[in-house]
Design a protein around this ligand. Structure first.
Ligand SMILES: Nc1ncnc2c1ncn2[C@@H]1O[C@H](COP(=O)(O)OP(=O)(O)OP(=O)(O)O)[C@@H](O)[C@H]1O
Length: 230
């Protein structure tokens, strides 16, 4: 479903070149729940951004669902990302002036979806995360865990084939973090492919595989966590 071949990323500023990623190759299958782990600054977020087509690699190729998105022009790339990929970030990235309902509807604004269908899809996504009773609230009126659940509803409303989550529980206390993690596990059980950056070994153990990164290089892929913990 996702294949990266020889992906490198160099950030160039005036005097310095930083190789955030060096020669990463990996394959992620449909339906997998993957954790990306490693020390601060090792390149996890850069890797997630490149897999999620939010940033372009300096070298290498990416295939997603059999497509080669790196050949697309900006507008087509945005359309591809909107249709295939969903995102959840550590700091939620919700728009505070909009209601929960309107935040969740955002990815559908870029598609030709009727208002009736938008309403149905938004309500179904909010039902999945248990927040239909908060649809007309503003994000500021919700707890951190609830805000992240709104962000998850926004990530799934467009029915993407892959969900990227960058430290989705990083700003939450352990109870709310567990709630969000359980929600991601449930979405995965229902068929979603999920790729998550995390610092939390306990959470990572609940996922199918851990990809460990060190200094921009992939140092190991730990297979079949779920079997190990049985
Ligand atoms: N836009 C940028 N310009 C220059 N250097 C960058 C940029 N983004 C990231 N880097 C550098 O690339 C390296 C990898 O950063 P990245 O954010 O991917 O690490 P990370 O593993 O996600 O870190 P953390 O766990 O602290 O969030 C770091 O050395 C960082 O300073």
């Amino acid at each position: 479903m996702i294949t990266l071949q020889n992906i490198s990323k160099v950030f160039k500023t005036d005097a310095i070149e930083t190789w955030a990623l060096e020669n990463i190759s990996l394959t992620i299958d449909k339906g997998e729940f993957i954790s990306i782990m490693g020390p601060s600054g090792c390149g996890k977020s850069t890797l997630l951004s490149i897999m999620g087509l939010l940033d372009l690699p300096s070298e290498g190729t990416i295939s997603i669902n059999g497509n080669n998105p790196l050949t697309l022009k900006d507008k087509q790339l945005a359309k591809f990302r909107n249709e295939h990929l969903g995102f959840v970030f550590q700091s939620f990235h919700l728009i505070n002036d909009l209601s929960v309902r309107d935040n969740v509807a955002m990815p559908l604004l870029y598609r030709k979806v009727s208002s009736k269908e938008t309403k149905q899809r938004v309500e179904a996504a909010l039902e999945k995360v248990g927040l239909t009773h908060r649809m007309d609230h503003k994000p500021s009126q919700l707890s951190g865990g609830q805000r992240q659940r709104v962000a998850i509803a926004r990530a799934i409303v467009g029915n993407p084939s892959i969900i990227f989550a960058d430290e989705p529980t990083g700003n939450l206390d352990s109870v709310m973090g567990d709630e969000v993690m359980q929600m991601l596990l449930k979405l995965n059980e229902e068929g979603a492919t999920i790729i998550m950056v995390t610092h939390d070994e306990q959470q990572a153990k609940l996922t199918d595989r851990i990809i460990r990164v060190f200094d921009g290089r992939q140092v190991s892929v730990q297979p079949q966590n779920k079997l190990e913990t049985v």
